[in-house]
Ligand binder design. Structure first.
Ligand code: ZN
Length: 377
């Protein structure tokens, strides 16, 4: 089993701004924790420096107009016309070099795809990727270019069947839209319900169109869903979907903004529940391209994605964090102690969890009757 981590310190040259929740430092923290645990020195591991995507790679999904606008914005030559493309103060700020930042993120996804599709190894992880909200001619939800879509399109062009599994707290709307009418890509998004969270889509009845009918799957979770309910619903539907679809490659978006202490969302997952899901994915996906995603509490991101990398490489980590990392994290204002942190405190009210289970039973039942038979045929 060979694995690749795609990474460069050049990510640190970009900054969404001091008030923006997406902190690029979380990528450096993740890399440093992986390194401090010795997980880059395993014989099976390659750490591949990120190479930016080419502009023509972006045109696989994005319009030429939008790419030109992104370049102008990146160089500071853009005024009010930016708003029409989703750019400006707020979610998708115009910061210096945002075009090159997007080329780096997308390039790393393409490298991960090439590594697995080219049979150089079985698993590749681009921790900077997973920017699943970007639309063909619009920035959205902190995402300027949609690296999951562009990566999957490269695989589709090679005739491969791809299952895309999105764990981010937010619905993977850009990816769903890109593949809504095809049966060559199965998109599965598990997320907080659009009733309580951006982007307000991803309901169970969004199941695809035309040839793609049944190949778009959404499992919306009510706010406050805990590990037990999340895992129950995952097990009820995801393994069967992937088994029946039988993809050549699984692409995952591993956002960790589902955690109880994430400042932007309302799900109540713990790192323990997340780790269980990752172990299930590893069993379901012998060929696996993993992308990062949301996660607005930097400590969670570094510890959770380090655990992902350990699971990918079949390594059990000591609970005690390496002292090098504790020192590095403290220079960035994080007081870190242990890998998984304290035991889960995410047991919310039992009555609320019982109500959530009833809602999830209804959704799972609906999905098993509507989408599963279409994929099984
Ligand atoms: Zn998110």
């Amino acid at each position: 089993m060979k694995t690749a981590l795609i990474y460069t310190d050049a990510y640190m040259d970009y900054d969404y701004g001091p008030m923006h929740p997406l902190k690029v430092i979380r990528l450096k923290l993740t890399y440093e924790l992986i390194k401090a645990y010795g997980l880059l020195n395993l014989p099976s591991v390659q750490c591949i420096p990120t190479i930016p995507a080419r502009e023509e790679d972006l045109t696989l999904f994005h319009t030429k107009d939008y790419i030109a606008i992104l370049k102008m914005a990146s160089e500071g030559h853009l005024g009010r016309e930016a708003y029409a493309y989703g750019l400006g103060p707020g979610d998708n700020p115009i910061f210096p070099g945002l075009f090159h930042w997007s080329l780096l993120v997308t390039g790393a996804t393409l490298q991960a795809v090439d590594f697995v599709a080219g049979r150089k190894g079985e698993v590749a992880f681009n921790i900077a990727g997973g920017l699943h909200h970007a639309m063909p001619s619009r920035a959205s939800g902190f995402c300027y270019t949609n690296d999951p879509v562009i990566g999957i399109l490269k695989l589709v062009k090679q005739g491969m069947k791809v299952a895309y599994l999105d764990l981010d707290a937010h619905h993977g709307d850009g990816v769903q839209q890109a593949f809504y009418e095809t049966d060559q890509v199965l998109t599965i998004s598990l997320h907080e319900s659009g009733d309580s969270l951006f982007p307000g889509t991803g309901f169970e009845y969004e199941t695809g169109r035309g040839k793609g009918e049944g190949f778009s799957v959404n499992l919306p979770f009510p706010a406050y869903t805990d590990d037990e309910n999340y895992l129950w619903a995952f097990d009820e539907i995801v393994p069967d979907l992937i088994e029946y679809f039988s993809p050549d490659i699984v692409v995952t978006q591993l956002g960790v903004d589902t955690f109880e202490n994430d400042p932007l969302t309302h799900l109540h997952l713990s790192i323990y529940g997340f780790e269980k899901i990752i172990r299930r994915i590893k069993a379901l996906a012998p060929r696996w391209v993993a992308l990062g995603g949301g996660g607005y509490e930097s400590s969670n991101v570094a510890r959770a994605w380090t655990l992902v990398w350990a699971v990918m490489n079949g390594v059990e980590l000591e609970e005690k964090l390496p002292s090098d990392y504790i020192a590095f994290a403290s220079r960035h204002g994080l007081q870190e102690r242990s890998l998984r942190g304290d035991s889960p405190t995410n047991r919310s009210d039992d009555r609320i969890q019982r109500e959530i289970r009833m809602e999830l039973e209804r959704i799972v039942h609906y999905l098993r009757w509507t989408v599963l038979p279409k994929i099984r045929r």
